[in-house]
Design a protein. Structure first.
Length: 342
């Protein structure tokens, strides 16, 4: 992605305000036993500008996918608000939300589970068209052919079934189905994590090309920082249901402020052997706490090598440390060094 592509429109297409999604967890089988709430997403706020890609990264189980699903109302949020343009999605009923569905779509992670093995590729891609009112067989055939060519697949394969395709080809079918109704906003839920490394770059390049060609806006969810760095304009780092840092891509990778972000970036290999030999890995101690029993204070405090008394007691505010660079860390807010010594 070029520097020119970093200068995206500042008009927010999607706004997320204090989004929370809690899942009840029953303790024991007897009625009347207390319920524990799993705080999968706990007070997340950000915006996605029209035409940009916001990368959302973090460890498995941190709430990334739940955030994407809650934005699209596939999971009904516990609280908070989500706006698409000027429409509040969290306030829409079933019929109103159905009418808006063509404009907001999702590319799922598991291409095997999300493609019906009994349906041909043509039927899979045409299903959204039929559901949303395109009934002309000629129009449907033309659109399916157009979509297959758009994602780099041979239109002659329209009668084949999912098992006849490779993993990368199945993901291209998923992308074609997501684009069938000409959406403006697409949530990409780890679309490359199940693919071979050589295929991952092809799919990311395809998503970049489609964005330029169709004017798409992406929320790109992943745990691979190198791919996020390649495709994203801005990057949000998530830990245990909260966003701990959000910044323009270059700013985040050149000057990460949160200790968790610093540890993630230290694990990304560098292509230059001399630079790689001189780098130090930041190894975090302990395990990620359970979202059903999150720590008081800062959620990262039990693993943070720089944590001090306030970190274990008071949740840090999510504030702007630099123009466009937001972070949730007492060390930054109190003008203390947040750099982990290596």
């Amino acid at each position: 992605m070029t520097d020119q592509q970093d200068a995206v429109s500042q008009q927010a297409l999607v706004r997320v305000e204090d989004l929370k999604k809690y899942f009840p967890l029953r303790q024991g089988f007897l009625p009347g036993r207390a319920h524990v709430q799993v705080k999968a997403v706990d007070g997340v706020s950000f915006s996605i500008h029209r035409g940009e890609t916001l990368g959302l990264v973090g460890e498995s189980g941190c709430g990334k996918s739940t955030t994407g699903r809650a934005i699209l109302q596939l999971h009904k949020p516990t609280s908070g608000r989500v706006f698409f343009e000027d429409t509040e999605l969290t306030g829409l009923g079933g019929t109103e939300l159905r009418q808006l569905r063509p404009r907001v779509q999702m590319i799922f992670q598991d291409s095997v589970a999300t493609l019906n093995p009994r349906h041909s590729v043509g039927k899979i891609i045409s299903e959204p068209l039929r559901i949303h009112g395109v009934h002309s067989s000629q129009d449907i055939r033309y659109r399916v052919t157009e979509l297959l060519e758009l994602v780099g697949l041979n239109p002659k394969w329209v009668k084949r079934f999912p098992h006849e395709f490779s993993g990368g080809q199945r993901q291209r079918i998923n992308i074609a189905r997501a684009l069938a109704l000409n959406p403006s906003f697409v949530v990409c839920d780890e679309p490359i994590s199940a693919l071979d490394v050589s295929i991952q770059a092809q799919v990311v390049n395809l998503l970049n090309r489609l964005q330029d060609q169709l004017g798409l806006t992406y929320l790109f969810i992943a745990h691979d920082l190198s791919m996020v760095r390649h495709i994203s304009n801005r990057v949000a780092v998530m830990y245990l249901g909260k966003i701990v840092e959000l910044a323009p891509r270059r700013m985040l990778f050149m000057d990460p402020l949160h200790p968790y972000t610093q540890s993630l970036i230290s694990a990304v290999p560098v292509a230059n052997p001399k630079l790689e030999r001189g780098r130090k890995r930041i190894i975090l101690k302990g395990e990620v706490p359970s979202p059903a029993n999150a720590p008081s204070g800062c959620v990262f405090s039990p693993r943070c090598p720089l944590a001090y008394d306030e970190c274990f007691v008071t949740p840090p505010p999510y504030s702007q440390a630099k123009p466009g660079h937001f972070v949730s860390c007492h060390l930054v807010n109190n003008d203390k060094s947040s750099k982990i010594p290596v």
